[in-house]
Design a protein around this ligand. Sequence first.
Ligand code: PGA
Length: 244
Amino acid sequence: MKKMVVFNWKMNPGSKNEAKRLAEAVREAKKNSNFKVVICPPFVYLENLIKEFKEIEFGAQNCFWEEKGSFTGEISCKMLKNLGARFVILGHSERRRYFKETNEEIAKKTMSVIENKLIPIFCIGETLEERKKNLTKKVLKNQLLSSLKEVFNLKFKNFRLIVAYEPIWAIGIGRTCKVEDALETICYLKKILLDFLPLSSLLFFYGGSINSKNIFLFLKEKEIDGVLVGRASLKEKEIISMLS
Ligand code: PGA
């Protein structure tokens, strides 16, 4: 299976035209690439980009768990599915931190994503303090088990779950996790999940300050199926180098 590179544009860029330019750069770079590429733009650009860039796959950065109704400002998985999106990033540390998303809310979103036959990119990660106190494994295990309980009970097992290990102290500041530390953590997560889900349902990603200089160090590892890229996915030069 091809390794995956997921570009999380977060709340960028500022205009439809800039979004189109970035997607054009991805389309060009993708021609020479062995990776599968997914762009997760802000909601407002999704429809146009999906229509115009058929050779790229798209995802959303968030969703709500209800299908429809009086939920001002929210977007349902059904709406995303109908647009042609295939992935949804869930539980990103920025959403947990700035929007106070809880494990329980992330659990409901994850179920809704799976029930709508979309693929969750389920993010977990520890803070620097937690790491220093040697709490990394405990924190990650809790994030996994408290948000995925219902998923473990699903009768049908033919769904995909992407678990993205994103140490919070490595996001957005240029400090990457060592590959061997990411690997150790991913193996730990895999061991926990294999008690509940078949390996064929699971993919494991790393995210946090990935750029053209370090992307290959992570993607060459057998245990790492893909990466999530934030800042570097907004620079054309980086896009080209990362995908080449
Ligand atoms: P970054 O973001 O690449 O800018 O560190 C990664 C992420 O938030 O997924």
